[in-house]
Design a protein around this ligand. Structure first.
Ligand SMILES: C[S@@+](CC[C@H](N)C(=O)[O-])C[C@H]1O[C@@H](n2cnc3c(N)ncnc32)[C@H](O)[C@@H]1O
Length: 296
C-alpha cells in the first residue's frame, strides 16, 4: 500500500467505548465492519460513568489508538488526541435544505442536476457529499481510512431512520476504498468493454488533506484555524505528495463522461493541485474550488 503516511492501516485493533445501554449498537458496528470487509477489529470497553469531556480526555490519554465512542444519543464519534468528532449530519440540516448555487460555492463549481452522478473521492465526514446530494444527484462516497468509512456507514444507517432524511440517504453510497485504486479498476473495466454508464461520472470531487497551517495568511501567520473535524483528521490522514496529486487528477479526468468535470477544493491561497492550472475557479476569502474539464 502506497499511503505509508496515513495511520492507521491493516491490521488494526480499535475499541468501541460504550455505556451498557448502547451495546446493541456495537453489534451494528460489527455487522457494518463484516459487510464491508473493513480492516478493523472492535474491542468493546463498557464505561459506566457519563462520557463527559473530562472522561473522554482520560480515555484518549489511556488508549494510544483512536477510539470510537457511542454516546447515549447513539451518536458514534471518533476520539483521537483528546478531540472527539462525529459526522453529525443532522447539524447540516439547514444548509442541506437551503443549498443552492447562490449559497454554496461548491455547487457553483460542480453544476449538478438531479441526473448527475458524482464521485466524492475523498469523503471524510461526508459533509460536502450531503451538499452535493441535496441537488438530487447520486453521490458515491469513497473513503480509504476504515475508521472514517465506518463513521460514514453508521451515520447513513442512523439518518435513514429519520423520515425526512430518507430520500437524501438513498442517494448516497459509501465505499471504503482508495480512490486511485477504485478509479484504476473502473478504467480496466472500461477497457474490457463493460457498460460505460456505471463506470463514469459527471463530476469527480476531490477535497484532499492539506497542511494544517494552509488557511493561515503566509505573510502574517494569522488567519482561520482549521476546525475540530479537520484537526482530528490531521491525526489519521496526511496530505498527498505531488506524484499522488498528479495520479489522482489524471485518473479523475479519465473517470469523467465527456463534458464532465473534476472539482478540487483548496484553501484560498493554496498552491495548485498537481501543479495544474484549472479551466475555471470559484473562491471566497477562505476557500477555492478549481474545476478541470473533460472537453472530449
Ligand atoms: C479533507 S478530508 C475531506 C472532507 C470532506 N470533504 C467533508 O466534507 O467532510 C479528506 C478525506 O479524504 C480521505 N482520503 C484522502 N485520500 C484518499 C484517497 N486516495 N482515497 C480515498 N480517501 C482518501 C482522507 O482519509 C480524509 O478522510
Amino acid at each position: 500500500m502506497s499511503h505509508t503516511t496515513d495511520v492507521p492501516y491493516v491490521p488494526v485493533v480499535h475499541s468501541a467505548v460504550v455505556s451498557a445501554e448502547v451495546v446493541p449498537m456495537v453489534q451494528k458496528l460489527q455487522q457494518l465492519i463484516e459487510a464491508s470487509d473493513l480492516s478493523l477489529i472492535l474491542q468493546v470497553i463498557t464505561v459506566d460513568k457519563k462520557l463527559s469531556q473530562k472522561m473522554r480526555q482520560q480515555l484518549s490519554d489511556q488508549y494510544q489508538t483512536p477510539l470510537f465512542i457511542i454516546d447515549d444519543k447513539l451518536q458514534l464519534s471518533l476520539l483521537t488526541h483528546q478531540i472527539s468528532v462525529a459526522p453529525d449530519w443532522k447539524s447540516l440540516q439547514r444548509r442541506v435544505v437551503s443549498a443552492g448555487r447562490k449559497s454554496e460555492l461548491l455547487l457553483q463549481a460542480c453544476k449538478l442536476t438531479d441526473k448527475s452522478q458524482v464521485l466524492d473521492a475523498t469523503a471524510g465526514f461526508g459533509h460536502d457529499s450531503l451538499i452535493l446530494a441535496s441537488t438530487g444527484a447520486q453521490v458515491t462516497l469513497l473513503e480509504r481510512n476504515p475508521l472514517m468509512a465506518l463513521l460514514l456507514m453508521y451515520e447513513q444507517q442512523l439518518m435513514t431512520q429519520q423520515a425526512n432524511w430518507q430520500k437524501l440517504m438513498a442517494r448516497l453510497k459509501v465505499i471504503c476504498a482508495d480512490s486511485a485504486q477504485f478509479m484504476e479498476t473502473l478504467s480496466f473495466a472500461r477497457q474490457k468493454g463493460q457498460a460505460l454508464n456505471t463506470l463514469t461520472y459527471d463530476v469527480v470531487y476531490l477535497d484532499p488533506m492539506f497542511p494544517e497551517n494552509s488557511y493561515e495568511n503566509m505573510a502574517t501567520g494569522k488567519g482561520a484555524k482549521v476546525g475540530k473535524h479537520m484537526q482530528a483528521l490531521h491525526h489519521i490522514a496526511q496530505p498527498p505528495d505531488l506524484s499522488e496529486e498528479q495520479k489522482l487528477l489524471n485518473l479523475a479526468l479519465n473517470t469523467l463522461v465527456p463534458g464532465g468535470r473534476v472539482v478540487v477544493k483548496r484553501p484560498a491561497a493554496a498552491p495548485l493541485f498537481a501543479q495544474s492550472s484549472p479551466d475555471e475557479s470559484w473562491h471566497n476569502d477562505v476557500l477555492r474550488f478549481d474545476a478541470y474539464f473533460n472537453l472530449a
